[in-house]
Structure formats: C-alpha cells, structure tokens
Write a protein that binds this ligand. Sequence first.
Ligand code: THG
Length: 292
Amino acid sequence: MLLVGENLNIMSRTIGPALRERNPRPIQQLAQAEAEAGIDYLDLNIGPARKAGDELMTWLVNTIQEVSDQPLSLDTANPVAIEAGLKVCWRRALVNSVSLQPERLEQTLPLVKKYNADMIGLLWGVEGMPRDANERCLLAVDLVYKANQLGIPNEAIWIDPIVTPVSVEINQVRACLEFMSMLKDIAPGCNSIVGLSNISNGTPAHLRPYLNRTYLIMLMKYGLYSAIVDAFDAELIRIARGDMPKIVKLVHRVMDGDRPDLSSLSKKEVDYVKTARVLSGESLYSHSWLEV
Ligand code: THG
C-alpha cells in the first residue's frame, strides 16, 4: 500500500506559522522525518489558500525539493495554487483533489491532463456529501467518465470515498467500507485513497491511533490502494507494510461475523476486536469504548 504523510498541513501548530513566515527549516525537517518514518508521498496541505495560494505552493514545493525527492500530493481547493505546484514539481505529482463541484471540476481536471499528473477523485457532489454507498458509486462513475473524456486513464485516478468521524455518523463509516468493496467492479483499474485520520476527528488524541489503525485494517480487506496517514504512528505503518498479519487476520475475522473468545486474547488483540466492533456498528461509539 502507498502511504501519504498528512503531517505537513497548515492547521499544524508548528507548520502553520512556518508557512506564513516562509520559514523553511521546520518544514524541511518535517519532510525528512516523514520520509524516515517510511511514507511514500508527502501531502502538502495549504488549506483553501484563497489569497496568494499560488505563490505559497510554489515556495513550499521548492522548499521541500531542496531536501527531499519524495513525490508530492498537492492538497488545496485552489486550482491556481495546484497549477503553480504542478509547474515546479519535478516528479509526477498527485492532485488532491478533483471533485464533482462544477467549478472545481472544470478548473482542475484539465491540469491533471496537461501536467500528466495523478489525481484524487473526491466523491463530493454538486449536493455535497454522498449519503450512502450507492450515491458514492454514482459519483465515482460520473467522475471517472468525465476524466476519461479528457484522456485521463483510470490508472491515474485515485478514488476517495470521503471518510467521516466515527463520533458523528456510524452509517457513513459503514458506507465507506461498503463502497470500497464495490469499487473494483464499478471502476476497474482505478486506484483508491482515504484520509484515514478523519475517522478519529473529535476523539481524544490518545485514542485516535486505535481507530485509525483498525479502520485501515478494515479497508485493507477490500484492497485499499493508498491512505493519507499520520507518518509518526509506527504501528500503523507496520500494519500497512504487512508486518502485523495476525492482527489483520483477527480484525478481518471479526468483520466476517466471528466472535473470538476475548479471554483467550492479549490486551492488544482485545483492543483491536473492540474497535472493529465499534467501526462496524455492532457496538455503540463512546470515548470509553475500550473500557466497556
Ligand atoms: N481526503 C483527501 N485529502 C485530505 C483529506 C481527505 N486532506 C486533508 C485530510 N483529509 C487529511 N489530512 C489530515 C491532516 C491532519 C489531521 C487529519 C487529517 C489531524 N491533525 C491533528 C489535529 O487536527 O488534531 C494534528 C494537527 C497537527 O499536526 O498539529 O487530525 O479525507 N483527499
């Protein structure tokens, strides 16, 4: 699986100020640390960047390429900033993202073709967030068709079903999994990606890794191709690299309806089982789900 590091983002307490002050060191150090942690791509999240986003993205891409040769994911809603980044990227870039909102689609899709980039196809429709797996399918088919019309092949499209917090709406958490199980049939050859940490937004910080890791394993059951992740969650990276096959098998068994005897499991295994039950909607989410 390809891992995209999420840590370079404008919401971060250290990176936000460094971006605004054009201070290269904290940004370069983080880029190098993410690479050392084992991620494959760096996500450069500059937010909506409505004002002078192009100048910021140019500076950011150049600043990172001074110290790193990792491929880059250009994460902003501003198409002008995306193009500025594409112009200076020296490796094939990932455009994050193209959605079905008409303006964003019309301005961003041609850039993917022009610069021979890969793209994230974000399943955000004209009416906003899809409500279930079927609406995700309709949006995916529409987006892939429009990209193909411009000559963008399926292999360059990474479909993002939009992960939402477990603390908000469990049906959406399940819909994402269900959609992932159907993607290979509705869009053959397309890749997939999720913003994994979205699942644990609003959850106390020390508990977030349990949700992130378990949801990753659940998505892996359906062949997830890539994920935007916290580069510094070492256990998560090991899961993605195939170094924790026993835990992966256990969670997949739970998804198939198996009820392992908790008294025969280690504490770590019990935590994964409990979290898998919450994420599949069998147990109710609360901040104390591991204790009950
Ligand atoms: N899909 C696509 N792109 C995306 C997302 C997605 N980009 C943004 C986001 N979702 C993925 N990136 C992040 C980055 C940070 C966090 C979550 C998702 C995060 N950060 C901590 C917080 O806000 O509490 C810590 C911030 C810090 O670094 O200090 O949760 O879904 N295509």
